[in-house]
Ligand binder design. Structure first.
Ligand code: ZN
Length: 168
């Protein structure tokens, strides 16, 4: 499998050759979910899981930050490996919350101590997803909202903003 794309290559998981001296890449390789067949490593520091496929995109997980990003997509590929008929009928916040929790738990299980800053970044991601849901007219997932410090008043305020914008 030698498909070269976007500089760093599309890798069938079984052809992924890990730098044995890189602890983070070794952790990522060991944790590839069975639902992932192909990973495109690209240069951008962002990831993407393609729900309903066996394909995901990630920066090559050679640093701690990149590993966290890769694990987040593993979380999506493990937990949300479904095609949602009719498009977006599921809370983005719920998915983001579950993927963040999955990634942080995987880091802990791999022997890394999750830092306060990493937890904060994860919460910020979920915070944005809750806001996105509410402002798209989707019910906020209460557990996801609570996890990132959003209370019922915040949600009411955002929902009013959404209703006002919709009425225009
Ligand atoms: Zn995500």
């Amino acid at each position: 499998m030698a498909v070269i794309e976007d500089g760093l290559g599309l890798h069938a998981v079984e052809a992924w050759v890990v730098d044995p001296n890189n602890r983070y890449e070794a952790i990522a390789r060991a944790l590839v979910p069975t639902t992932v067949g192909f990973i495109l490593f690209h240069r951008a520091i962002q990831g993407e899981a393609y729900f309903g496929s066996n394909y995901m995109v990630s920066p090559r997980p050679t640093t701690r930050k990149r590993l966290k990003m890769c694990l987040h997509e593993y979380g999506h590929m493990t937990l949300h490996h479904i095609t949602v008929p009719g498009g977006r009928d599921q809370s983005t916040a719920r998915r983001e919350y579950e993927a963040e929790r999955w990634a942080l738990a995987a880091m802990t299980a791999a022997g890394l101590t999750v830092t306060a800053a990493e937890t904060e970044r994860a919460r910020r991601n979920v915070f944005c997803a809750v806001a996105e849901d509410v402002l798209s007219g989707i019910d906020a997932d209460p557990e996801a909202a609570a996890w990132c410090g959003i209370d019922a008043d915040d949600i009411d305020r955002w929902r009013q903003t959404y209703e006002k914008a919709k009425a225009k």
